[in-house]
Design a protein around this ligand. Structure first.
Ligand code: AMP
Length: 439
């Protein structure tokens, strides 16, 4: 944006009373305790991916617009929903609407050893019509494995997501599986679908008619009632698969069966972006409304590195929607927010200096601690201690101060006698050791 228009805008608001500002449509603030739940979900994902040999990659939020144009010129995500603009230096850029394209761009740029197994976590931006489970800024976690076309890698990738769902307690998840064949298979199939849908053009919804021009396979995804009949009679990919593609798919299915991962073949599953080849899959949370029940998806994208100027390289990956997984967890009543916890809350009745010093000392020793500022009465400080989730209150009154001691009161988790709080006097220099022992 030119600096001038910003200055004009600033001048215009300068002499008006400030209006209470709000987050933008489709953008949300996530406050605690929901934020703790998200953090826990993401941390668990990092644990699952790391334990399978995936290492973190952190691509930028902003990319050269061409990175996304290469992957989906015929998709809504790229043509209608992208936050794109011209940067101050004239470069056309976009906020990432998804992460695979940036990761593959990074692969082409840095040429790491293959197979390159990476995971990521972070926000994406799509200018969609917001509704529950569909936002303009949303988080994903995902993995990409680049540099191998082994069908067992497809199985590993799908199994990782499956194990993650189990780990967070989701049980009502359906794995939908399909193959789009090799590049030429997909091209021939696309033409067959275009012909078929073209013949039924008059019965299609207006949206489907527009999509048909640009990306006929996307019409197969349509959930509009008008489109159902034409979609139901459309040719299926199975008739167009080359022997190599069929073999690959058979090996993927065999692997999933060997690992005990149930799947449902869904021949209409073509996924939104253009770059998918061979295996595609999606995870549907059965506890959510059908319209917004995709909690993640992915597939193979054997032509993507090449389209970014690299050598032809195979790759496969998935992205899971953090927001959607949490909604699914709500619907299944699993994965509750972790409780707040602190080792100690310092209650200072002597003016605040003791609380200042003791919290500092405890934190330096690795003991989690908090206190209240603007010191109030014993009652209000104890209330704050309780709310903080602390296991102990460390109380400093005039008595304790004079004696070089503190009172440690057990608030939760350690009470020796049911229901009653237990307290004891501890010498100030023994406090760290005392609390460490009680953890
Ligand atoms: P996609 O690349 O569109 O398949 O997205 C992968 C996953 O990200 C989906 O299965 C959803 O769980 C999630 N997702 C996609 N778009 C949004 C959105 N606008 N708001 C929230 N989650 C989304």
């Amino acid at each position: 944006m030119p600096g001038g228009s910003c200055a004009v805008a600033l001048a215009a608001v300068a002499d008006r009373p400030a209006e209470r500002l709000q987050s933008l449509t489709g953008m949300r603030d996530v406050l605690w305790p929901e934020s703790a739940r998200r953090r826990e979900l993401v941390d668990r994902f990092v644990g699952t991916a790391s334990a399978a040999g995936y290492r973190e990659v952190v691509p930028p939020l902003l990319e050269d617009l061409r990175v996304f144009l290469r992957v989906g010129e015929a998709t809504d995500v790229v043509t209608k929903e992208m936050y794109e603009f011209t940067d101050r230096d004239g470069t056309r850029v976009a906020l990432r609407p998804e992460l695979t394209a940036g990761v593959v761009r990074a692969f082409v740029q840095h040429r790491p050893l293959t197979p390159w197994k990476v995971f990521y976590t972070g926000s994406n931006f799509r200018h969609e019509r917001p509704q529950k489970g569909r936002y303009r800024s949303f988080d994903q976690v995902g993995i990409e494995a680049i540099g191998s076309d082994d069908a067992d890698l497809d199985v590993e990738v799908i199994a990782l997501a499956w194990r993650f769902f189990e780990d967070i307690g989701l049980t009502e998840v359906q794995l939908l599986l399909n193959t789009l064949g090799e590049h030429d298979d997909r091209a021939r199939y696309t033409e067959a679908v275009r012909g078929h849908l073209g013949a039924h053009r008059d019965s299609l919804s207006e949206a489907a008619r527009t999509t048909l021009e640009r990306n006929p396979l996307r019409v197969l995804d349509s959930r509009r009632p008008e489109d159902r009949a034409a979609v139901a009679t459309a040719p299926t990919i199975a008739e167009f698969l080359s022997p190599a593609a069929s073999q690959h798919f058979a090996r993927v299915k065999e692997g999933l069966e060997a690992l005990g991962i149930p799947y449902t073949i869904d021949e209409r599953l073509v996924r939104g972006l253009d770059y998918y080849r061979r295996t595609t899959f999606e995870f549907a949370a059965m506890a959510l409304d059908a319209a917004q029940n995709a909690i993640g998806g992915g597939g193979r994208y054997d032509g993507l590195a090449e389209s970014m100027g690299g050598k032809p390289t195979d790759g496969i990956g998935f992205a899971l929607g953090v927001d959607r997984m949490l909604l699914a967890a709500d619907a299944e009543s699993v994965f509750e927010a972790p409780e707040a916890h602190l080792d100690a809350f310092v209650v200072d009745l002597t003016g605040g200096a003791a609380a200042r010093d003791i919290t500092h000392e405890l934190r330096a020793a690795g003991i989690s601690a908090d206190r209240r500022f603007d010191p109030g009465s014993m009652k209000s400080q104890m209330k704050a201690a309780d709310r903080s989730g602390a296991g102990h209150a460390v109380i400093v009154g005039e008595d304790e101060l004079a004696a070089g001691e503190v009172t440690v009161r057990v608030l939760r988790g350690h009470s020796d006698t049911a229901g009653e709080s237990v307290q004891e006097r501890v010498r100030r220099q023994d406090l760290v050791a005392h609390l460490q022992q009680r953890r």
